[in-house]
Structures are given as C-alpha cells and as structure tokens.
Design a binder for this molecule. Structure first.
Ligand SMILES: [Zn+2]
Length: 251
C-alpha cells in the first residue's frame, strides 16, 4: 500500500512539472520583447535598469545597446555580445544594463537557402518577398558568407547625454571583406514608428564572434535565411526621472 502511494506521488510530481513547462514555453516564444522605445533612445535617454541577466529570460536572439550607449548589442543562440567602438565583440556580463533592446526566442517559421549574390538592397527586396504580411513583426537571421560588410558602433557617451543624432556623429565604421557570420535583426511594421524602427534593422557578428556592429551595408555570396513570424509584442518602459521628465507629447 505504501509503495502504491509513493508511485502515485511521483507520478503527480512529473505531471505537474510537465504541465507547467508546457504552459510557459510557447507563450514566451512568440513574443517580441522590447525595453523602452526608439524615440526615447533618440532623445538621449541612455540608461536603463534592466540587466542582461534579466533580459535573457525574455529571449535568446536580438539587438540593442548598453547603458551610456556603449556599443551595439547582438544576441545569437543565447550568447550576448557587445560590439564596442573598436569594432570588436566582447561578451556581455549579466550585471550590465540596457536602455534599449529587442529580443525574442528564435524559432524560425520559414527557412530558405540563398545561392545568389545580393547587395543589401537586393537582400531587403528578397526578404520582402518572403514576408506573408506587412502587419506583424519578424525576427530574421541570415547566416552566410559575406564578401562585404559595412558596420558601425558608437563610443560610450558622457553626461549630460547628447541626443542620438548627435552621438552618432562620433560613430566609428568598419569594413570587413570575405567573412562568414550572421545578420541578427528584425523587420517591424510602419505603425511602430517612434516605438521601434520600421523596416529592417540588423546587427552583424562574425562566425568567430570577434567583430561586428550595426549593419550599414553588405554583399552576401551565399547563406541561409530564417524568419520567425512574431505576432505578440511586449514593451517594458524605463523607470526613473530622466524618462518621466521627457516630453513625448510634442513629437
Ligand atoms: Zn542597430
């Protein structure tokens, strides 16, 4: 009799663990999770309070920046990197914080191999032809051989922070030739203007994870395109007086 009770208890425990696992994962996986909004970053609010340790609970793939606008963030296959103004990739400490980031759990709904040479504009047009609608979000991963990459990063800003357009005047650009790597990014609908960046926004990282940046231009020779259709959007606003005092109504 005791043995039966023990088995029953073990079985119930397994069912409970199994059920909670099923309930939580699909919900999280279809969400585009965003910290702050692009218009706030544009106004020069460069300090957030969410750590990368916290951000990782909401995605294993994405782009963004760091407190103080200290470089470009790229996350791929659960690894988070900081591309500093020297163009090199550094691993991100969990205690570091972000004022703007967009992440999701990447699960492609569509994948195609690419066997033709495309420049950035042609790649954008090719991606356009793959999107079933222009009314949802897409996470896009393009892994391949690139004959040309032009990317940029920005140096950390000092207070009082300048607006983004001013800070970008101090950006550094890098050109890479004949590298393999991954474009990590999103396509956002036009209606998110101000909230995010409508259209494509990619960050690049080399396959040796040593260099990258915010993508300005590229030429891809061959590769694989993967697209994750994303219909849920969650935005976490910043806390603190810099954001609270910002007048977004005049825009
Ligand atoms: Zn960027």
């Amino acid at each position: 009799m005791k043995k039966v009770h023990f088995l029953l208890a073990v079985t119930l425990l397994i069912i409970t663990i199994g059920a909670s696992g099923c309930l939580s994962s699909p919900k999280d996986k279809d969400v585009l999770f965003q910290i702050s909004m692009f218009s706030v970053l544009s106004e020069g609010v460069y300090d957030g309070d969410v750590t990368f340790e916290g951000l990782k609970r909401h995605g294993d793939f994405g782009i963004g920046t760091f407190n103080g606008l200290d470089g470009e963030m790229v996350a791929v296959a659960s690894e988070f990197y900081q591309i500093k103004a020297d163009g090199k990739a550094y691993s991100v400490e969990g205690s570091m914080k972000t004022p703007f980031a967009v992440v999701t759990f990447f699960e492609p709904d569509k994948a195609v191999s690419l066997d033709k040479v495309l420049d950035y504009e042609q790649l954008s047009q090719y991606l356009d032809s793959m999107l079933p609608t222009r009314n949802i979000f897409y996470a896009i991963r393009v892994e391949g051989a690139f004959s040309y990459i032009k990317a940029r990063s920005v140096p950390a800003q000092s207070k009082p922070y300048p607006p983004l357009a001013e800070a970008l005047k101090g950006q550094t650009t890098f050109e890479l030739h004949d590298v393999t790597g991954t474009l990590v990014g999103f396509w956002c609908p036009t209606y998110v203007e101000g909230i995010n960046v409508p259209g494509y926004h990619f960050h690049f990282i080399t396959s040796d994870r040593k260099a990258g940046g915010h993508l300005l231009d590229c030429q891809i020779e061959s590769g694989k395109i993967e697209i994750d259709y994303t219909s849920e959007f969650f935005m976490m606003l910043l806390r603190g007086e810099k954001f609270y005092e910002l007048n977004l109504e005049a825009r």
